[in-house]
Each structure stands twice: as C-alpha cells, then as structure tokens.
Design a protein around this ligand. Structure first.
Ligand code: HEC
Length: 118
C-alpha cells in the first residue's frame, strides 16, 4: 500500500514537470477570458458576444487572429494583445473543449451557420 502511494505521488510530480514551460491554456482562459465569457464559455460576453463554447476551434482561432491583427471589436483586440499566437492557439483549443451546459443540443460539433460578423 505504501508503495502504491509513493508511485502515485511521483506520478503527480512528473506530470507537473512535464507541463512546465508549456502553455496552461486553461489558466490563461480562466484568468483572462472567463470574467466575460464564463468559466465554460457559456455566456454572451457583455451581453453581446456569441456563446463561444458553441463555436468550434476553427471559428474561435479565426476570430482571435482577426482581433490580434487589429480588426473587429476593440475590447477583444485589447484582450488578445498580450498573448502570442501560440497562446491564442492553445486557448482556442481549450475553448473548443468547453460545453455550454444550457444548450446540450449544441454539445457535439455544432457546425451550423453562425452569424459571421465583422
Ligand atoms: C471585457 C470582456 C471580455 C473579455 C475579458 C474577453 N472577451 Fe471575448 N468578447 C467580448 C465581447 C464584448 C465580444 C463581442 C465582440 C463583438 O461584438 O464583435 C467578444 C467576442 C469574442 C469572440 C468572437 C465571438 C463573437 O461574438 O464574435 C471570441 C472568440 C472571444 N471573444 C474570445 C475571447 C477570449 C479567448 C478571451 C480571453 C483571451 C476573451 N474573449 C476575453 C468581451 C470579452
């Protein structure tokens, strides 16, 4: 039993070492984006964004790159300014794993027409 505990503890340490230096997209999202978009990306930020949990990776990264290159909403341009493209990419992947609990029908691959707006 004691041995099992030791192994488990080591596994935890290794996991952390393994992630050192890589991007913690969840933390970036929670610290920077969740206040407006919600922990599960389930909110309409400031009452006017899309519910981005329902957008796939492609959609989210496209929007983030657009903001990053100085287009679209000013608030969002300010949000993405401090992140590298690699970080935005990781955040977009993280967002695409989130599910809006209010709309289970959208939970899997919602690829219908979402208003493209610029
Ligand atoms: C201060 C509030 C706020 C924060 C913080 C914020 N956003 Fe937004 N976000 C908005 C608003 C408002 C819009 C809608 C812009 C518009 O009307 O086009 C938006 C739009 C978006 C969109 C495009 C979807 C759409 O409706 O057009 C994405 C993707 C997005 N945000 C992701 C993020 C990510 C990722 C972060 C963290 C890096 C973040 N946002 C942080 C307020 C915020």
């Amino acid at each position: 039993m004691k041995r099992v505990v030791t192994v488990a503890a080591l596994a935890v340490v290794w996991t952390h070492v393994g992630f050192a230096g890589s991007i913690d997209a969840k933390a970036l999202y929670n610290n920077t984006c969740a206040s407006c978009h919600g922990q599960k990306a389930e909110k309409q930020a400031l009452g006017r964004s899309e519910v981005i949990a329902n957008n796939g990776y492609d959609d989210v990264i496209k929007d983030l790159k657009e903001f990053k290159s100085g287009h679209g909403d000013k608030i969002m341009q300010a949000q993405v300014a401090k992140f590298s493209l690699a970080e935005l990419d990781a955040i977009a992947h993280y967002v695409s794993t989130l599910k809006d609990p209010k709309t289970p029908a959208n939970a899997e691959g919602n690829e219908d027409e979402k208003g493209e707006h610029n």
